[in-house]
Design a protein around this ligand. Structure first.
Ligand code: AQP
Length: 332
């Protein structure tokens, strides 16, 4: 079966609706047809300072959430990035193939380092997209399901794969991003032209999957809309309402057109109230399941051990090819 691969950082106590609707929901669907590798990106997490105890907790919470949302450990390899050392090892080789200017063009570094000034950002944050290229290329996947914000990093991954293949020998598959247009950018509930983001959004702009469902409902009911009072999908002119329709459609499985029709002639109050109910219905069982899984750490760590074992076997074989092609002498 063709492979898919993706990762998520354990840098919050909960995933948010942007992560889930933009990327994670696709992970669940893709398990049917593909051989999936999904990892928790703890190496990426330390590009900014982390409290070690909190990082460990969040890593296990991330694994619990993935399973609770429907990633099936029997079909998918779920693993922790740092448990497969080949990620960092291939990362180094790829850093040596990347131009400084090329790395500098990555806009996410510019955005994320803008706050504290470039001098305050770590070199790891700067080279993050190159490690990400290694994460992907090790598994030679066909598709990488991500949100729109990752498109530029995927381009770099393809460039590096092509460069390695032409400089040495064809080794890597050029992966395609798998981005669902409808949910590629879930926006902030309070600032609906910006992406919903754990580092940039205010608490009222972001819906956390593990929040108290009543809190999430309240956030939906207080979402920023506009003064036209017509429920119509128009991201350009009505970003707030359009974002609510996107979330509604994704969670309910109903089309946006169908929702527009249902709310024709009704106010935003009805739309928000009913979407809030849909959200509560969705997050309540998810939250319960996650908490149950977190109570069974032995099960979680066993899933992660098996995931790392399966991933490690693939990663080891790829790295062996790479080291040989680069000219490293194999262990006798
Ligand atoms: N608002 C979003 N809409 C659609 N997709 C999104 N993703 C993140 N936000 C949105 C997708 O979630 C996946 C996990 O990404 P990550 O582990 O890199 O998480 P992140 O980028 O740290 O999450 P944030 O909230 O976006 O963090 P900050 O604010 O730190 O940048 C990816 O596939 C991503 O596309």
């Amino acid at each position: 079966r063709p492979r898919v691969l993706s990762g998520i950082q354990p840098t919050a106590d909960s995933f948010h609706f942007g992560n889930y609707l933009g990327a994670l929901r696709q992970w669940v669907d893709l398990q049917e047809e593909y051989e999936p590798f999904f990892f928790i990106a703890d190496l990426h997490a330390i590009t900014v300072e982390q409290d070690p105890k909190v990082l460990r907790e969040r890593t296990l919470r991330a694994a619990a959430q993935l399973i609770a949302m429907g990633i099936d450990p029997a079909r998918s390899s779920i693993f922790i990035q740092s448990q497969v050392p080949e990620h960092a090892q291939l990362g180094w080789v790829l850093q040596c193939l990347t131009g400084f200017g090329e790395a500098r063009r990555m806009t996410q570094f510019k955005d994320k380092s803008a706050k504290g000034g470039e001098g305050a950002a770590s070199v790891g944050l700067f080279t993050y997209p190159i490690l990400q290229a290694a994460d992907i290329l090790l598994y030679r996947p066909h598709y990488v399901p991500v949100g729109e914000d990752q498109r530029q990093h995927l381009e770099l991954t393809r460039d590096l794969a092509h460069r390695f293949n032409t400089r040495y020998k064809k080794t890597f598959r050029l992966p395609e991003p798998y981005i669902l247009k409808a949910t590629a950018k879930i926006t902030d509930l309070q600032d609906p032209t910006a992406k919903m983001s754990k580092s940039a959004s205010s608490p009222s702009g972001i819906v956390e999957m593990l929040d108290d469902p009543n809190v999430s409902a309240k956030k939906i009911r207080s979402a920023v809309t506009d003064s036209e009072a017509v429920v119509r999908f128009d991201p350009e002119n009505k970003p707030g309402v359009s974002n609510l329709l996107t979330i509604y459609s994704a969670l309910s499985g109903r089309t946006v057109a169908d929702l527009e029709e249902e709310y024709a002639g009704r106010g935003y109050g009805d739309l928000k109230k009913e979407l809030a109910e849909v959200v509560v219905e969705f997050v309540t069982p998810f939250r319960e399941r996650t908490l149950e899984l977190l109570d069974d750490q032995a099960y979680l760590t066993e899933v992660l051990r098996q995931g790392a074992e399966r991933a490690g076997a693939v990663a080891e074989a790829t790295l062996r090819d790479v080291y040989q092609r680069v000219g490293f002498v194999a262990v006798a």
